[in-house]
Design a protein around this ligand. Sequence first.
Ligand code: PLP
Length: 384
Amino acid sequence: MTLALHGGTPVRDTPWPSWPPPLDPAQRRLVMEVLESGQWGATQGGAAVADLTAAFARACSVPYGVAVGNATLGLFAALKGLGVAPGDEVVMPAYTFVASATAVLLAGAVPVIVDVDPAHLHLSADAVRGALTPRTAAVMPVHLAGSPADMDPIIELAARHGLAVAEDAAQAHGAAYKDRPVGGLGDAGVFSFQSSKAMTAGEGGLVVCRDESVHERIWSVCNVGRRRGGQWYGHPSVGWNLRLTEIQAALLLPWLDRLDDELARRAAFCAALGRELAGLPVTMLGPPPGTTRDSRHLVMLRIGAPVDRDFLLKAMAAEGVPLDAGYPPLGTMTALTEAGARAEPCPVAEEAATSVVWVRQSMLMDDPAGAADVAEALAKVLAA
Ligand SMILES: *Cc1c(COP(=O)(O)O)cnc(C)c1O
């Protein structure tokens, strides 16, 4: 069969679902209500941000939340609220989005980048243990691809060494670990509503936490150093304006009612994909132990055949099945190391950077029959 890249017929010529999905009537109604109210900012008395924050925290089984402009700033605020100070070290996985590390730099702290587990590319407690120093203040597990990191060993280790746990749950809305929702497992959890995420308002984020005083501090960091219930021009601590708008919250609130359906749709696609890939030299990377609900932000495939990755990506795109290259290891980004990040040797993340590709979220929203197109295109390209 001639590859589409070389003029052959593509495996798929129908488009994949768009992301974000089309506006639904509840979103349209709520956004219009907010627009007409004139209360576009969250300090003007509107209810959308407050409702979103309360509902989201409840969904994470914790009492507190703070809505923020994006998850990068949410991670920064969480670290500040947890008492991470300039010069402190924060241990994180090498295979994650760059913002996990730049949020730490923003807090003046040192990202300590450690290797990931080859089975699922998540942070493990063992890797954290090997990187501890007297300056270690926090651990940042990342719920990569919508699968929860194996949290219990990480939380136990953190408790033993007096470390804070800040979950980067930017990709994991609705995911659960041992039947407990992510975000509420550590001392603070941070979600993103950026346009590629499972709930989106174009941009946005939300921090959740269990402890009242941590909440007070995070809230203050995000509200120019005010005290909750204190004076408008009273600023007992240093903070910034990191707030989400009412308009964004209006787009997000109705999503809480449909997220479960969307996650079920992705799970069905992924189950079909697992069946279709049988027999190919391609491994779907499984979730870490303890996962009871994988929110399937994306699917990571390890290609077990010797193939040039750039060629694979170009050929797959030509077949109508565009895949993503995934993350370069954080430690190889000189901008981070020059800014003070410290990286351990990360052979697993480096191997993943050449052999792992991603099936993106919008494709997972397709009818499960679409999984056959992914497998057929992979078989065709790998055979060429
Ligand atoms: C998207 C993402 C972020 C950053 O979120 P923003 O809302 O874009 O700032 C951080 N960490 C991970 C793992 C992400 O996927």
